[in-house]
Design a protein around this ligand. Structure first.
Ligand SMILES: [Zn+2]
Length: 570
């Protein structure tokens, strides 16, 4: 029997887990461990060179979101325009990017020389942001750089050696890195570097950046996050650039062993029997439902293969619990049952494919509470209840074989304005019968904040695959904010506050960081870009544990540091 579930999402305001100092688990020095600083640096340089060649075999998805900034007398700086790129990286000849969201029919590729982030045409170059995953592909060695040991420091649970890195040749520095690197102290991979490339010119500019890697496989640290920002960068004669940008990489294992695993799973699967007792023939209505379900499955499978949809996981379950709450209290019984999936991107998206409701990671991130989440889901559930159907063309398999660059143009799930307004009306009805009916003020606050910012962040909030986030006018005006649920009147969170993604498998989980108490008005930063501060862990060290939990999370009492066998080590 279906029941209501409560309190799934707590207000999580501490977006990023803090870097913790953990004074345990000293690494056991292996026989081939370097003994001098010089030997350490040789290992660092070797590992870095190997990474450059390893990267050629990967084609991760790359997303860059840029917010221009303008001064605000109360809030410091606020967004003033934005840019969004999504593409698949290709490292076979240098660094390049095939856009997935290029909806212009020309499909032109933006070209920039290596390390050029801002072209003479005063455009941001997506390839340039991708470049910041590498320190220097053209001479990262002792002949070109001076390394100055600074100290030891923990990033998350990973102990690191910290070096300042400067180019040796002071005259010919163009494209050379200047800044700091963090090297993990077991195998000596660079796990973070922070600085800039030297040599701004008349037609190209380099930005400050902070680049992070993740231990995705034993002995492999792959680039995953880059934060960059620039203030008061003067270009042309009178123009000035202020911006913050986040770049994320994921989908490293899309083409790889996942298909192998899937195939072996299929080979051992038992045949599925139809459980209808009387007859195996479908009535025309059942046939239509089955056809629609096939279209729906085809679309979600395809989007997952491209790397746009996360594999089924714990976040889907959270969404499905909220859907269940809405259905139970409204006596809604949908057949086939409603499923929820998460789109990997940072833009705020929600749409429905048949009976599958899709919310983007970015949307889940910025929603302030469960009632706001319920509001977004109620709108999509309304499309299902009202029978707004999937394009059944997608039940034909040729419709799914699209080129990467045509993805966004090909898959469109936008609804007509009539369908949108009837879904909004139905959503209000569903919400008013639901356990969220007294908390809808927060959702109203969220929708107001979205409207207030819509001119400043159009690329974040406009729908790319579906419609933009629903504008439910009734909700915005009527409901009061519940001071108990939301004492600080948080309208929306900064980007990246809730959902953590595994860049290798695309699996998502909810970040479990501590609430951080009172938040100053300037710290609320609704829909804004903030720096990355991922909690680094070693591969396999944390299986089953919340990866991004804060350092204060209680450890299981029976496990003592250093005792647990490390499955990644032979
Ligand atoms: Zn809609």
């Amino acid at each position: 029997m279906r029941m209501l579930s409560k309190y799934i999402l707590v207000m999580l305001l501490g977006a990023c887990a803090s870097m913790a100092l953990m004074a345990n688990t000293p690494p056991v020095p292996a026989a081939d461990q370097p003994r001098t600083m010089d030997q350490v640096l040789d290992r660092v340089i070797n590992n870095e060179q190997r990474l450059y060649s390893q990267m050629r075999s990967y084609q991760p998805l790359v997303e860059t979101y840029i917010q221009n900034l303008k001064p605000d007398k109360d809030l410091g700086q606020v967004p003033a325009g934005d840019k969004y790129f999504l593409g698949r990286a290709n490292f076979s000849h240098g660094v390049s990017l095939v856009p997935l969201n290029d909806v212009s029919s020309k499909g032109h590729r933006m070209m920039g020389s290596v390390g050029n982030f801002f072209s003479f045409a005063m455009q941001f170059l997506p390839d340039g942001f991708l470049q910041m995953i590498f320190i220097d592909t053209n001479g990262f060695d002792k002949q070109h750089y001076h390394f100055d040991y600074v100290r030891r420091e923990f990033l998350g649970e990973v102990r690191c050696l910290v070096f300042d890195v400067t180019p040796l040749d002071k005259k010919n520095t163009r494209g050379r890195f200047l800044g700091r690197i963090w090297v993990e102290d077991q195998d000596f991979h660079i796990v973070r570097f922070n600085g800039r490339y030297e040599g701004n010119g008349h037609s190209s500019w380099y930005f400050n950046f902070d680049s992070w890697r993740t231990n995705t496989q034993p002995g492999i640290w792959l680039p995953t996050f880059v934060y960059s920002e620039e203030h008061d960068l003067h270009y042309a004669i009178s123009k000035k650039l202020d911006f913050k940008a986040q770049t994320r990489l994921w989908g490293y294992n899309l083409g790889g062993s996942s298909k192998e695993e899937e195939l072996s799973k299929i080979l051992v699967e038992t045949p599925v029997n139809d459980d209808t007792k009387t007859s195996n023939d479908l009535s025309p209505i059942q046939a239509q439902r089955s056809w629609d379900r096939q279209a729906e499955d085809n679309v979600t499978d395809r989007l997952e293969r491209i790397g746009l949809l996360a594999p089924k996981g714990e976040v889907d379950k959270v969404l499905e619990t909220v859907i269940n709450n809405l259905e139970v209290t409204n006596n809604v019984d949908v057949d086939p049952e409603v499923r929820c999936r998460v789109l990997m991107v940072s833009t705020l998206e929600s749409f429905t494919v048949g009976h599958t409701i899709v919310l983007s990671r970015g949307l889940i991130d910025v929603l302030p509470d469960e009632a706001s989440l319920a509001t977004m889901l109620a709108h999509e559930l309304s499309h299902v209840v009202l029978g707004h159907r999937v394009d059944s063309q997608f039940a034909f398999f040729d419709q799914l074989l699209v080129d990467d660059k045509d993805t966004y143009r090909h898959f469109g799930f936008a609804r007509t304005p009539e369908e949108e307004s009837s879904a909004n009306a139905k959503a209000i009805q569903l919400l008013n019968n639901s356990p969220y009916k007294n908390q809808l003020g927060n959702a109203g606050l969220f929708l107001q904040a979205l409207e207030a910012r819509q001119k400043e962040i159009p690329n974040l909030i406009s729908g790319h695959l579906g419609n933009r986030v629903p504008q439910i006018n009734d909700l915005r005006s009527s409901a009061q904010v519940d001071p108990k649920q939301n004492p600080q009147k948080i309208a929306a969170l900064p980007l990246g506050g809730r959902v953590k993604m595994d860049p290798w498998s695309d699996k998502l989980e909810l970040i479990k960081s501590k609430p951080i108490g009172t938040v100053a008005e300037r710290e609320k930063m609704p829909f804004e870009v903030t720096p990355f501060m991922p909690y680094l862990t070693r591969y396999g060290s944390d299986a089953g544990k919340p990866v991004a939990a804060s350092a204060q999370a209680p450890a299981a009492p029976e496990s003592k540091p250093g005792e647990a066998p490390d499955p990644s080590k032979p």
